[in-house]
Design a binder for this molecule. Structure first.
Ligand SMILES: C[S@@+](CC[C@H](N)C(=O)[O-])C[C@H]1O[C@@H](n2cnc3c(N)ncnc32)[C@H](O)[C@@H]1O
Length: 192
């Protein structure tokens, strides 16, 4: 909790230099960003967490959810992918500040990150579901757990996908916003 509180202090300070999160959400930062990120752990099976395989966060931005999870779980390897230079510098600065040796920042577009198998892939507000899966399926295996907070459009977005995708994923309710959903599932999506 102390480390997360310190992260929030740094985030508020950095928000004065670059637009990382909205002022409105900063006022409710514990719920809108910290708890919203940490709740993803509730949707990962215990055996998966025990394997301590790699997590990948697509489009980490200010660090949600990947950096928050990395601060909370120093026992899991994290890969944060972010292409905007100022955000990359911010993510790297927090990794240095907290000595997060288990957390690697890939400061480039996801499209150029070398393929490697991930145990968990998460992404909040990264891209529409079909694009997201198309860009990231190559990092998945039959055991990969997907955690995709999709806000209030979760059900609708999933319903628009082909049957093969709908069969693989379902929507969990968000604990921080009763009207929001998290698209979750396990496996390697059948995308082109
Ligand atoms: C709307 S922000 C969301 C940030 C954070 N996940 C959150 O929920 O607060 C999306 C982020 O994805 C990054 N992004 C978009 N496309 C990307 C790509 N192809 N590769 C890497 N990062 C990307 C953007 O630079 C931006 O920081």
């Amino acid at each position: 909790m102390d480390r997360l509180a310190r992260f929030i202090d740094l985030l508020a300070e950095e928000n004065g230099r670059q637009n990382l999160i909205s002022a409105a959400s900063l006022a409710q930062v514990w719920q809108r960003h910290i708890a919203d990120s940490l709740q993803l752990l509730l949707h990962v099976p215990h055996e998966t967490l025990e394997r301590r395989g790699a997590w990948m966060d697509l489009g980490s931005g200010a660090g949600m959810p990947g950096l928050v999870l990395a601060i909370a779980r120093p026992d899991l390897p994290f890969h944060l992918v972010e292409s905007r230079k100022k955000r990359v510098a911010w993510l790297e600065a927090v990794v240095r500040e907290f000595g997060l040796a288990h957390c690697r920042v890939h400061g480039s577009r996801l499209e150029t990150v070398p393929t490697a198998p991930m145990q968990v892939i998460c992404a909040r507000a990264f891209a529409p579901l079909d694009k997201l899966l198309g860009l990231s399926a190559r990092f998945s295996t039959p055991d990969t757990v997907w955690l995709l907070p999709k806000g209030r459009s979760a059900g609708e977005e999933l319903a628009m996908q082909p049957e093969s995708i709908r069969a693989m994923f379902h929507v969990e309710h968000s604990r921080t916003d009763p009207q929001a959903g998290i698209v979750t599932g396990t496996g390697r999506p059948p995308v082109r």
